[in-house]
Design a binder for this molecule. Structure first.
Ligand code: PLP
Length: 357
């Protein structure tokens, strides 16, 4: 198999150990003599996986008893709708930090009164708005902690006078989080915690049941709390791989340990972007994401973009093309992206500079 450095934005690199366990489980799951995708989701072997997955989430993120963790289908995009359905009564505020935030807001507008409290749209979302005031009469305030497309990130758990809801699709498990500060945290698994097909929700239980609208059964988070994420058939295979991914996080020393590695990986790449005269970073420095690193050719060198892309591709770099809405380059360096891959990209940028200057 050829060696690649996988910088895909999602789906993306997963820990090899988790992938290998998934392959094994497709042959014989937990000694059942059946592939994991062929056993009953009501079997005791499957229940053990669900229990372990839930327990790992609670342990790794220090989730308090006030909150429950759910594994559902639909993706983060369905999470936008779950949010509004379950929490919007009178008015909701959104921090508009990118396309995902806008899509989340759109779902809320479809159900009631929702608006952007602050936005960085005027500069193509290259920074996180600051100094805005969160009105105290909101049902909730919604943030996107990591803006996958633009490479900006809210690095701390903000203080919020109203229930705080966060889409953490692309930075969950990358840093410690004070879950008690959030009414809900949700996201698609396919950036940092598993394959596509499962969506995580960490919900503060006593905040549910406060809206007056009829909530369809499947969109009601209470349904899934009562059903322990098995009201209907759960996405068994993605949950299996997610469990193995979380085992890997735990073996590495947990979220604190991975956070340290993530910061080092990000610094390695940002330092090169800042040093190398051919490239410039696009996100405001103080808001730079440690998960998605976005950069473009420096002024005067724009014409070299395609050439660098080809140069990097030849050296095994995969997925460094920026999102189609912003162009340039984006290296997604999620938990499972090894430091060796980041170093390979840095070396590649250095080599390219030496060739051109
Ligand atoms: C990828 C992504 C989404 C969309 O996730 P789906 O699971 O494909 O719906 C939403 N928000 C953020 C921040 C993302 O990175």
């Amino acid at each position: 198999m050829k060696t690649v450095h996988n910088f895909n934005a999602g789906p993306c690199a997963l820990p090899q150990q988790a992938v290998d366990k998934a392959i094994d489980a497709l042959k014989d799951f937990a000694g059942t003599g059946m592939p994991v995708i062929c056993v009953s989701h009501r079997s005791k072997e499957w229940s053990a996986v669900m229990d372990e997955c839930r327990a790992l989430w609670k342990e790794l993120l220090n989730i308090p008893d006030t909150h429950e963790v759910l594994f559902l289908g639909g993706g983060a995009s369905m999470g936008f709708l779950y949010t509004a359905m379950n929490f919007l009564e009178n008015k909701a505020g959104y921090l508009e930090t990118g396309v995902w935030a806008k899509k989340a807001l759109k779902e809320a507008k479809g159900l009631g009164n929702a608006y952007a409290v602050a936005s960085s749209a005027e500069t193509t979302f290259n920074y996180i708005p600051k100094g805005y005031e969160i009105p105290s009469d909101l049902d909730y305030f919604h943030i996107t902690t990591n803006n996958t497309i633009y490479g900006t990130e809210i690095h701390e758990d903000i203080d919020c006078p109203v229930p705080l809801i966060a889409d953490m699709s692309s930075d969950i498990m990358s840093r410690p989080v004070d879950v008690s500060k959030y009414a809900m945290i949700y996201g698609g698994a396919q950036k940092n915690v598993g394959p596509a097909g499962v969506t995580f929700f960490i919900v503060k239980k006593d905040l549910l049941g406060k809206v007056s609208r009829y909530i369809p059964t499947m969109l009601n988070l209470q349904t899934h709390i009562d059903g322990e994420s098995m009201f209907n058939t759960p996405p068994v295979f993605p949950i299996f791989v997610m469990t193995e991914t979380l085992r890997w996080v735990k073996e590495l020393g947990g979220v604190e340990a991975i956070y340290k590695i993530n910061k080092e990986k990000a610094a390695l790449l940002y330092d090169e972007i800042d040093r190398n005269s051919l490239f410039v970073g696009t996100a405001a420095k103080e808001d730079r994401s440690i998960m998605n690193v976005c950069f473009v050719m420096a002024p005067g060198y724009e014409a070299l973009q395609d050439e660098f892309m080809a140069f990097a591709k030849e050296r095994g770099m995969v997925g460094i093309k920026g999102h189609r809405s912003v162009g340039g380059f984006r290296a997604s360096i999620y938990n499972a992206c090894p430091v060796e891959s980041v170093q390979a990209l840095v070396d590649c940028m250095k080599e390219f500079e030496a060739l051109k200057k």
